[in-house]
Design a protein around this ligand. Structure first.
Ligand code: NAG
Ligand code: NAG
Ligand code: NAG
Ligand code: NAG
Length: 512
């Protein structure tokens, strides 16, 4: 016996254990009856919770409300793309004071989250959406850190993201983010990002079997799949609990090996932004009935729709960029990608066909075209950073003559970058077109020598489309006017623009 090696002892012990399992009625079911039981083994306080979902889609609310009924569990660092909406999702744990720090890409318009952050009641680490996915993916893969192009030359690299405001002096920042180390690979700068391992993950699945294998429906994979892999303890709530084998092995999105417990989900399923196909074609729009403000936007959107080529893959930001898709010629084939995990999504649904599990990055209900595919956020951003998206159209607050873009907040009024920093991180392969009004509401120029608002990306914009002009951007040579509104003179345009621009020899009128 003393001659046995440790390995041999270990092996024989394993054999005995396996034999015991076979002999007894060993129950390997991870199903538990109640949310109390599901949360029994989580730490009492001071831990990191990864909470899946995107808006209200795939939101593990049964578990979140379970935690609300355990007020002694405090000082939670919650990692989640956003915090749900007021009175839904993680916001309830912000209100109860159980969450003291959020790691998110987007504050949104949600009053509670905004207020607590700006009043200095919570810490917020703003994290680009793609970094959130990749930092948790790295944790899931046993990788402590990695280099990524997202956020180069922005507040993220410079360590200027406000993490904590002073609760006594409004607007004063008490704590900023850590600056990021950078390194050049193949002539391009990348930032070092560390992984985000979770202590606990909350996951919402459509179907889970009693072994913990999960299947996500529609766009509900989002952060659920990657978060479910990145925590020491993953707790799944599923709408349908099935027996092992009912989810086909090749359809398992999250293998049970990552999952500790499964409960029946009791969360309601709601749609955050119901958008329906009104059946009207774009040619039916009565331009003469539009208000001056609507006409401005109409001109920008209509001109933007000329940027599409048949068969291209593109990602459209919320607002005007998304609306540009309405002006595609009938039958025109485009692969629209949405960063919450859809490729080849289609029109808004017809009344009655809407599905809370199928939303775009703007949280609007959508449909899928034939040949569509669905995946998690980590894969979506892999696609984005690696240049599979040919065109990204975004809104802008400011663009500089070198093509720097600022579009995620003003100092003191930060909304979060969402996926924008990731979307503009590979401008050599993904063309970045910015749609914006030429001037802000006070008439200030938004096209200028240097942006004054925090950057989304530097030297990344290829083209700017406004109601007055189409300008091409070269990071070295600056701006060239290629199209002008037919009712605007060059002098007027110079007046409205905050920096010099060249005029193309081939200047045309904007045709809309
Ligand atoms: C295994 O445990 C689960 C949950 O505790 C229970 O619902 C199920 O009936 C058990 N199965 C067997 C075969 O004992
Ligand atoms: C949480 O952290 C605080 C401060 O480090 C410590 O005093 C407290 O005991 C911790 N609580 C738990 C449950 O670990
Ligand atoms: C909160 O938890 C963190 C670890 O997640 C710990 O470092 C910190 O000291 C805790 N703070 C309090 C007030 O318990
Ligand atoms: C985007 C978002 O979360 N909006 C919500 C924020 O809170 C207000 C007030 O409760 C809601 O009306 C919004 O829908």
């Amino acid at each position: 016996m003393f001659n046995l090696t440790f390995k041999q002892v270990n092996r024989s012990v394993t054999r005995v254990l396996v034999q015991q399992r076979l002999n007894s009625s060993f129950n390997n079911s991870k199903l538990v009856d109640s949310v109390e039981e599901a949360l029994k083994d989580i730490p009492t306080s001071n831990f990191t919770l990864l909470s899946g979902g995107f808006g209200l889609c795939g939101l593990p609310e049964t578990l979140i409300y379970g935690l609300l009924r355990r007020p002694e569990v405090k000082n939670i660092t919650a990692v989640s793309n956003n915090a749900g909406i007021d009175d839904r999702g993680l916001t309830v744990l912000l209100n109860s004071g159980q969450i003291t720090k959020m790691v998110s890409s987007f504050l949104g318009n949600n009053k509670t989250f905004n207020r607590l952050y700006l009043e200095g009641k919570i810490d917020l680490e703003l994290c680009p959406q793609g970094n959130l996915a990749e930092r948790t993916r790295a944790a899931a893969a046993g990788i402590p850190a990695f280099y990524t192009p997202t956020g180069v030359d922005t507040w993220l690299e410079q360590g200027k993201l406000p993490i904590r405001y002073d609760d006594k002096n409004p607007g004063e920042v008490l704590k900023y983010s850590e600056p990021r180390e950078s390194k050049i690979f193949n002539g391009k700068k990348y930032l070092l990002e560390t992984s985000i391992p979770g202590d606990v993950a909350f996951v919402k699945a459509y179907k889970a079997d009693t072994l913990g294998n999960c299947w996500f429906k529609g766009s509900a994979n989002n952060f659920n799949g990657v978060f479910g892999r990145a925590a020491k303890q993953t707790i799944v709530e599923a709408e349908h609990i099935v027996e092992p084998g009912e989810i086909k092995p090749e359809d398992v999105h999250l293998p049970g090996v990552y999952v500790s417990k499964v409960i029946q989900s009791k969360a309601p399923k709601d749609i955050e932004i119901l958008t329906l196909d009104d059946g009207k074609s774009s040619s039916e729009i009565d331009v003469s009935a539009l208000s001056p403000q609507e006409l401005k936007r109409y001109k920008i959107i209509k001109r933007a729709s000329q940027e599409f080529h048949e068969g291209m893959t593109c990602n459209l930001g919320i607002g005007m960029p998304t609306l540009a898709a309405k002006y595609l010629p009938e039958g025109f084939e485009i692969n629209f990608q949405s960063e919450n995990g859809l490729l080849r999504f289609g029109k808004y649904p017809k009344e009655g066909e809407q599905d809370p599990d199928l939303i775009n990055a703007g949280k609007e209900t959508v449909t899928l075209n034939s040949g569509a595919s669905l995946f998690g956020s980590e894969e979506s951003f892999a696609m984005i950073r690696s240049g599979r998206i040919e065109l990204t159209m975004l809104g802008g607050l400011q663009v500089s003559a070198k093509g720097d873009l600022a579009n995620w907040g003003l100092p003191g009024r930060i909304k979060g970058m969402g996926g924008a920093m990731d979307l503009v991180s590979n401008p050599d392969q993904t063309r970045v077109v910015v749609l914006m009004e030429h001037n802000d509401k006070k008439g200030n120029a938004k096209i200028m020598d240097e942006c004054t608002f925090p950057l989304t990306g530097s030297k990344c914009v290829s083209r700017i489309i406004t109601e007055f002009a189409v300008l091409d951007v070269d990071p070295e040579k600056g701006l060239t006017l290629i199209e002008i509104d037919k009712d605007t003179s060059l002098d007027e345009l110079r007046e409205k623009t905050g920096c010099q621009f060249k005029v193309s020899d081939n200047l045309k009128f904007i045709e809309v």
